[in-house]
Design a protein around this ligand. Structure first.
Ligand code: G3I
Length: 395
């Protein structure tokens, strides 16, 4: 009798499990078809494959993607990109929030994903004026640290973070955005307490922590004359002191009509002439009208106005074509300079993830990347593929 009850229970358990599984599959199929979001078709070549002989194609990942809350993100990333960077997870405020507390959870998961997929993993960023907690610059009484004390704190941080990912993270944005728009040094607390050589020290510590990693100076608008002069001054002075900077990261937070293609082309050539690799490290093309804000300094903000958010409902085909032409023009410049450019990284998997939806104005709908909010390729994607160099017959 008991064995019959057990049998019945087991049969019931199996029935309910199968029904639940079937229901889950139906929900998943309905869910995807309703939202139009398609699972990445891994059989087709991705963006990275088209440019495999030209330069790395990267993207920035966040926790929603890395922890699988967006179940499509990682397959999509593996299909289209062979380089990844943490959008925020390795910034001081996220990875080292308190003096004796590190949170490596997201960074470890991102690095593990990159290692599983044989990706070029970039660390962003070690020394930055933004997203660095105020305790970093203060003693236990809230007074500014001395130069030596802050240098020791910088060294400990760099040794801990770079050391943890030694051999896995292949390149580091060692110093991020050290310049003002006029090309002068940003008067950050790093600069105020340590002095101008904080940049040199950051590179020395990073080099010591991982002699094999590439080390970058990363900034926005360093394609423009004044900031370009400032960046050249920084990397030349490091070069003269024997401090190796492997590449310059031009962030590439650009617009439909600026900066000019010539300015971008000239800046790449100038950095290359100094012997530096160039990377486009945070590419997006803003399609929305901007309040009067210059650059990409996250500290600036504009107030919301309907007029500043014209494509909240949809992005018209006429504008898709304008964006496509801009991306095609940009990639033609990159391909032309492929002997100096080693990586082009986009700053967001698709339009819905872009920081440009909320900066410099909160709550807008931008359309600044190659893929839409349903992971669908936009005309800009096809336009970029048109720039892929035609394979010349190997001699
Ligand atoms: O993690 C906290 C979360 O705990 C909190 O609930 C939430 C609400 O306050 O904030 C979350 O932190 C936010 C973080 O993104 C993660 O989402 C910060 O407030 C927000 O300021 C931060 O914005 C990032 C910004 O850098 C500042 O760090 C953007 O996502 C990121 O795209 C942007 O990227 C920068 C590059 O690092 C450097 N170059 C410029 C580029 C654009 O500003």
């Amino acid at each position: 009798m008991i064995s019959e009850i057990t049998n019945t229970m087991n049969n019931l358990r199996a029935y309910f499990f199968k029904s639940a599984l079937l229901m889950a599959i139906i929900v998943c199929i309905v869910g995807i078809s309703c939202t139009g979001i398609q699972k990445a078709d891994l059989s087709e070549p991705g963006l990275k494959d088209h440019f495999s002989d030209v330069f790395l194609i990267g993207n920035a990942l966040n926790g929603t993607q890395v922890f699988g809350r967006d179940s499509l993100a990682l397959d999509f990333t593996a299909k289209h990109f062979n380089s990844i960077v943490a959008e925020n997870a390795m910034k001081w405020g996220e990875i080292h929030p308190q003096p004796d507390t590190f949170d490596f959870t997201l960074a470890d998961s991102l690095v593990a994903f990159g290692m599983r997929n044989d990706m070029f993993i970039v660390g962003h960023c070690l020394v930055w004026h933004s997203q660095t907690p105020r305790w970093v610059f203060e003693d236990s009484l809230g007074k500014p640290l001395t130069r030596d004390a802050l240098l020791q704190r910088m060294k400990d941080h760099i040794f801990t973070v770079v050391g943890r990912y030694k051999g896995k993270v292949k390149g580091w944005d060692v110093v991020n955005e050290a310049l003002e728009e006029d090309g002068q040094m940003r008067k950050s607390r790093w600069f105020a307490i340590i002095g101008e050589d904080y940049i040199q020290k950051a590179f020395e510590f990073a080099r010591e922590a991982d002699p094999d990693a590439e080390l970058y100076y990363n900034d926005y608008n360093i394609e423009l004359k004044d900031k370009r002069e400032g960046a050249v001054k920084i990397i030349k002075s490091l070069q003269e002191k024997g401090i190796k900077v492997d590449a310059v990261g031009i962030q590439g937070h650009w617009h439909l009509d600026s900066p000019s293609l010539d300015v971008i082309d000239e800046s790449i050539a100038e950095y290359a002439a100094l012997g530096y690799k160039v990377m486009i490290t945070e590419l997006d093309v803003n399609v929305l009208p901007e309040p009067n804000i210059v650059g990409a300094d996250i500290a600036q903000h504009g107030s919301y106005d309907e007029k500043l958010n014209p494509y909240a409902e949809s992005f018209p085909d006429s504008m898709q074509q304008v964006l496509a032409k801009r991306y095609e023009d940009l990639f033609r410049i990159f391909v032309k300079n492929d002997s100096s450019i080693t990586r082009v990284t986009f700053w967001g998997l698709h339009d819905g993830y872009s920081w440009k939806n909320n900066w410099p104005v909160l709550g807008r709908t931008n359309h600044c990347l190659l893929f839409d909010r349903n992971y669908q390729a936009k005309p800009a994607y096809d336009a970029v593929l048109k720039t892929v160099p035609i394979q010349t017959e190997t001699k």
